[in-house]
Design a protein around this ligand. Structure first.
Ligand SMILES: O=C(CO)[C@@H](O)[C@H](O)[C@H](O)[C@H](O)COP(=O)(O)O
Length: 312
């Protein structure tokens, strides 16, 4: 008899929300996605500490001030995790930029290009990697530059609504990651998250947009099943995959008919875009809370690598 996981995999591509190579070796997903919270969790596994130690030594050898070494060591830790996971994936490793850069296009482009070089040094080329960029107006401009001028695949994240997805597609994003829930909250509103993802799906189909819709942020296994009806791919944590593997498939309600509004061009109209976000309460709260949530884990990674560097 088919399990819930079998049916999810029939409907959509399966990605994993982890950079842990052991979990990747167990499930062999297409892509592996990450964020600073996920990286922090991965580093609680003893077998991944080797990547931190190597990163600290790497940054120390490059020299510079302690804070420059900390920044480099955090990036190298993510590159080490991603490089170890890649042999177990048929697709790409996704690395998320530092959330604290979310309002600086130049800094996001520079950090992405630095990561591309570090992956290259570790043996992975551009066809094997992607970068998660927060869907602020500045983040989308960074995506536009990276996709158009550097052939780097971007995955627009911390994304809650059609406006963000339409703007990302205009900028040529390879992926958008609509979140089903709000980050760090248990009182999410998955029905609204699903309706937003469905709107994005229908809008992309109606406009012939090829950007991959990658569903993210699930609290229950059933939410993954629901999202697999509308997304090209879903990214799922290892414990939830274990749950889906033994779960009987849910009877999914038929998707409701929804209205897909027309969206004007935002790419060169920051004012109109920012206003459309301001009047969308759930998305503007989701974006700000998401950035704060990720930045707290960026800081935690800094603290870990600073202490490793100081001990060398
Ligand atoms: O956006 C992507 C994939 O592109 C995910 O890695 C995304 O960051 C994560 O699914 C979420 O942050 C996880 O959120 P939550 O389930 O902890 O609320």
């Amino acid at each position: 008899m088919s399990t819930a996981l079998d049916l999810v995999c029939e409907r959509t591509a399966l990605y994993m929300d982890t950079l842990d190579w052991r979990a990747a070796a167990h499930f062999n997903p297409v892509d592996a996605t990450s964020n600073p919270f996920i990286v922090s969790m991965n580093l609680e596994e003893a077998h991944n500490m080797v990547f931190v130690d190597d990163a600290a030594k790497y940054a120390k050898a490059k020299g510079g001030s302690l804070e420059e070494q900390v920044t480099l060591a955090v990036l190298k830790t993510m590159v080490n995790l991603g490089t170890a996971a890649k042999p177990h994936l048929s697709g790409r490793v996704h690395t998320q930029l530092d959330a604290r850069l979310a309002y600086s296009t130049d800094a996001m482009v520079a950090q992405t290009l630095q990561l591309v070089e570090m992956y290259k040094e570790a043996g992975l080329d551009k066809s094997q990697i992607a970068f998660k960029i927060p869907t602020t107006f500045q983040g989308v401009q960074a995506c536009r530059i990276l996709e158009r001028d550097h052939g780097v695949c971007c995955n627009m994240t911390v994304l809650f609504c059609l406006q963000q997805a339409a703007l990302s597609a205009e900028a040529g994003a390879s992926y958008v990651s609509p979140y089903l829930n709000l980050l760090g909250r248990v009182d999410g509103d998955p029905a609204t998250g699903l309706a937003n993802a469905q709107q994005i799906r229908e809008y992309y189909d109606a406009h012939g947009i090829k950007t991959i819709v990658l569903g993210a942020s699930f609290r229950t296994a059933e939410e993954v099943e629901l999202m697999s009806q509308v997304a090209d791919a879903v990214t799922v944590s290892p414990p939830m995959l274990e749950e889906l593997k033994i779960k009987a498939p849910s009877k999914l309600p038929a998707l409701p008919k929804i209205q897909v509004p027309s969206i004007g061009s935002f790419l060169d109209n920051e004012g109109a875009y920012q206003w459309s976000m301001t009047i969308d309460e759930r998305s503007s709260i989701g974006l700000l809370e998401g950035l704060r949530f990720f930045a707290a884990y960026n800081e935690k990674l800094d603290v870990l690598l600073r202490s490793k560097l100081q001990a060398l």
